[in-house]
Ligand binder design. Structure first.
Ligand SMILES: NC(=O)c1ccc[n+]([C@@H]2O[C@H](COP(=O)([O-])OP(=O)(O)OC[C@H]3O[C@@H](n4cnc5c(N)ncnc54)[C@H](O)[C@@H]3O)[C@@H](O)[C@H]2O)c1
Length: 256
């Protein structure tokens, strides 16, 4: 097998959470291009199915659209059951789904909003890892990729992001610990920490864009599609000896 063949995902089954738009959609489409059968998920069945159909038409890959609110354990269990019924297994899980609302100072935050962010950004990732691990450990292989953020490392202002940063710090710790727990079972766990990618999430803070731009050595925001190479690498045998790693894709933002 030539080295480039190790990036190919033919015959693999991938789930990408929150893939009806943004980074999830772009990278799920990238996984289709690399040869995987890809399950697109969204908070509504209609948007998941529309995204899956669009990617199938564009790439010729096998796709499926399923509803999954990641903070709902029963929804997550159903997602994995449905994928196994449709495709027989799960080889790759990209825990991409996440939220970041425009927030206020810590002292003014609504506890319900805090809980919701922790439920979606952290607990949702743990629930999905749990279901994926059951399937992957049983067959002795699999790759889990968690969506972290440069906010796990730095003060990512000027926008207020206390609970967002805390959830992403949790994802980083989860990734490292789970990588050790699952390595003997043949399952790799890694995470990606992006800098600013121009999605609906990042567009919320229009006032901050000039400040962010000044801090990016590459002088531009990323297109969501630019994360596909990293996701394909971590999903594939090209990264067969990589586990517990964090790949930062930020145009140099965190170098200062
Ligand atoms: N855009 C950036 O600059 C940036 C930087 C670092 C990290 N991230 C992370 O990348 C991920 C994707 O963000 P994005 O920028 O594409 O934003 P986005 O808002 O465009 O996409 C977020 C996706 O998550 C889904 N989602 C939201 N709540 C959900 C829930 N309860 N259950 C399941 N899915 C849910 C949404 O439907 C959407 O598809 C997030 O985890 C985000 O924290 C983004």
């Amino acid at each position: 097998m030539g080295y480039l063949d190790r990036f190919k995902l033919d015959g693999k089954v991938a789930i990408v959470t929150g893939s009806s738009r943004g980074i999830g959609n772009a990278t799920a489409t990238g996984l289709c291009e690399a040869g995987a059968a890809v399950v697109f998920t969204a908070t509504t069945l209609e948007s998941a199915q529309a995204a899956a159909a669009a990617a199938a038409e564009k790439t010729g890959a096998k796709t499926l659209g399923l509803k999954c609110c990641v903070e709902d354990v029963e929804d997550v269990k159903k997602l994995f059951r449905d994928v196994v019924n449709a495709f027989g297994t799960v080889d790759i899980l990209f825990n991409n789904a996440g939220i970041a609302n425009i927030a206020d100072d810590l002292v003014k935050l609504d506890p319900a909003d805090i809980r919701h962010h922790v439920d979606v950004n952290l607990n949702g990732v743990i629930y999905c890892c749990q279901e994926a691990a059951k399937i992957m450990l049983a067959k002795g292989s699999g790759s889990i990729i968690n969506m972290c953020s440069m906010s796990a490392h730095i003060y990512n202002g000027p926008q207020k992001a206390t609970y967002y940063a805390a959830t992403k710090g949790g994802v980083l710790s989860l990734t490292r610990t789970l990588a050790c727990e699952l390595a003997p079972g043949g399952v790799r766990v890694n995470c990606i920490s992006p800098g600013y990618h121009m999605t609906e999430m990042a567009k919320q803070w229009t006032d901050c864009h000039p400040i962010w731009l000044e801090r990016i050595p590459m002088g531009r925001f990323a297109d969501p599609y630019e994360l596909s190479g990293t996701v394909i690498y971590l999903a594939s045998d090209a990264s067969s000896y990589v586990t517990g790693a964090e790949i930062v894709v930020d145009g140099g933002y965190t170098l200062y």
